[in-house]
Each structure stands twice: as C-alpha cells, then as structure tokens.
Design a protein around this ligand. Structure first.
Ligand SMILES: NC(=O)C[C@H](N)C(=O)O
Length: 326
C-alpha cells in the first residue's frame, strides 16, 4: 500500500455558541482547545501511531478540557448528574466500541476503545460499563469531579429546571426536556487517516443540558454519532442527537461518499437532509482514505481544527479559516 500523508480533524461541537458571543476569552478557550487537540492527535500520527491512537488522543484532550461538553465539564441531567456517551471505530476492520450513560470515568472514549478491543461486544451501558472499567484497570473517579461550576450554572439557567422536583417537571412539561437546539455545543469528536491508509473516528459527549436521566444520544450509536470504513471514509457528528439518530447521519454521509460525492459534498448533503427531513441542527467532520476533508454545520457555529500540513487550520463560525504553525 502506498504511504499516506497523515491527516487529523477535530470538532468541539455544533451549537449557538451563545456563551462565547461577545466574550473574547471564552472564544479563545474554545479555539485553543480544538487546536491543542488537533496537535495531540497529529503528534500520534507523526510518531507512527494508528488513526485509532490519534482519534483517541485528540478526544481525550478535549474530554480533559472543561471548556467542552465531554468528560470533565459535561452537561448535566435534570437531576444534576453526569451521564456521558462515547464511541470509537476502526475503518480497517469495522470494529467498534461504545459506552452509554457512564458517570464515573474521566475519559469515556478510552473506555469505549477497551470495549472494542477487550470484549466481543460493541456497547456497554451505565454501571456495567463502569464495572468493566474497573475490571480492565481503567480508573474510576468520583462523578462530582467531572461537574464544573459552568455546567451547574448552565443547568440552573434552564427554565424547566425551576421545577424543583423531577415529578413536578414531568407533570408541567409532558415530553419536554432539554434539546440540542439549546446552547449545547461542546460535544467533541475526531477523524484521522494514518500513514497506512487506515481511517478511524471517535466521538464523546455529556449529551444535552437538562436531559432526562437515562437519555442516550447519538454519540455512542455507530452510524449516527460516527462511522469509519476504509472503503469510503470516516465521520464524527455533533448536534441534535435525536435528529442524528433518526437520520443515521454518519452512515448517511459515508453512503453519499460511496456514491461518488466528495467529502465536502457528502457532509453538506447529509446535513441538508437532516434539516429538511427532521428539522435537525448539527455539524460533522469527514475524511476520506485519500485525505480529502469535509467540514460543515447547519448550526450557528461549530468549533473545528485540522492538520494535514505544517499548518493547523481552525474556526468556529461560517466562513472562518484561521491558521497557525503546527
Ligand atoms: N451537542 C451535541 O452534539 C449533543 C449530542 N449530539 C447529543 O445529542 O447527545
């Protein structure tokens, strides 16, 4: 196989980014976070690491960064708890791993990789995923260490949270909890191509603010939160999880690439379908085994960064393409 030039793309979530409007420090933290993650992932590729190593390292960097809604700094449920989802996939074998509603692991993407590599299954949920983490030596943490002042403030700012008890909330708002149309940006993801021509993706999230306890989003669902296949490419998605699940957005985008669309055409077409068919909002990053990149979002913003040369490119709002040296 001909040697490929490695490529790494990350996103830090689609959303309205209300928190950074008019706040240069908040904007800087988001930009620095995605640039640092791109650097971390790309370093793995430069050292000869696999695309799986690269997406895992990039996503762990974002999970550790409280600016983003994943790992430390995750959105909270209506009851004020952390319940995180994550997934990872190897485009060479189609092996995949995911974890759902985990509350006491600092890096859910690392646990998802362990599920992929050390079990015969694809997904483990909740307490049983945590028990597996302990079994394979992945340390657990006190869930309260993942909660930040910002995530608490975000929860308490929700009008529906004013109902002090969950029962009252359900009575007053039948069928209505937080949605990703609120300012839930911060889900994180990465796609990578290594020098052997293998692609991979990883996605990790705290979900959506004020979600129902037990709610699973798209991020741990293979084909919705992401997809990777060496035959066509890899995708990591973000946005309105329920809409992403209904449209299987990540698989939809890789299908469009199989039909001959470029990475950019496929991501734009997939997102138009998401909007037109179910009124969903979101974004995605895409990479082909040839190294072509697609980045698009139908939300107000989506932080992203990529490296495929001595320059890192990054942006948040439509039309932005900033650069700095790797
Ligand atoms: N902001 C997000 O991307 C949220 C995530 N897709 C979820 O619904 O869980």
């Amino acid at each position: 196989m001909t040697e490929r030039r490695p490529v790494l793309v990350v996103h830090g979530g689609a959303g309205t980014h209300a928190a950074i409007a008019g706040c240069p420090e908040a904007r800087k933290a988001v930009e620095e976070g995605v640039v640092q993650a791109a650097r971390r992932g790309y370093d793995e590729l430069r050292k000869g690491g696999s695309s799986l190593d690269a997406v895992e390292a990039a996503v762990m960097s974002l999970e550790d960064n409280a600016t983003f809604n994943a790992g430390h700094g995750s959105c909270l449920t209506l009851e004020g708890a952390v319940e995180m989802d994550a997934s990872i996939m190897d485009g060479h074998s189609l092996d995949a791993g995911s974890v759902v509603c985990v509350s006491n692991v600092a890096n859910p993407v690392h646990l998802a990789r362990a599920v992929m590599e050390q079990t015969k299954h694809v997904s483990l949920i909740s307490d049983r995923a945590s028990a597996f983490a302990e079994h394979v030596g992945i340390g657990t943490v006190n869930p309260s260490t993942l909660i930040t002042e910002k995530s608490l403030r975000r929860l308490h700012s929700q009008p529906q949270f004013q109902a002090s008890r969950l029962d009252d909330f359900y009575k007053q708002n039948p069928g209505s909890t937080g949605t990703a149309k609120d300012d839930n940006h911060g889900t994180v993801g990465a796609v990578a191509l290594d020098s052997h021509g293998n692609v991979a993706y990883a996605t990790s999230t705290g979900g959506i603010n004020a979600k129902m306890p037990g709610r699973m989003g798209d991020s741990p669902i293979i084909g919705s939160g992401g997809y990777a296949d060496n035959r066509c490419g890899c995708v990591s998605t973000t946005g309105d999880g329920e809409a992403l699940m209904k449209t299987c957005l990540a698989r939809q985008i890789t299908f469009l690439m199989e039909q001959g669309r470029s990475a950019q055409q496929a991501v734009e077409e997939g997102l138009s379908y998401l909007q037109d068919r179910v009124g969903g909002s979101g974004g995605a990053i895409v990479l082909t085994p040839q190294g072509d990149i697609g980045i698009s979002f139908v939300s107000k913003g989506m932080s992203w960064a990529y490296v495929n040369s001595p320059q890192i490119h990054y942006g948040i709002y439509h039309g932005e393409d900033n650069t700095e040296a790797v």
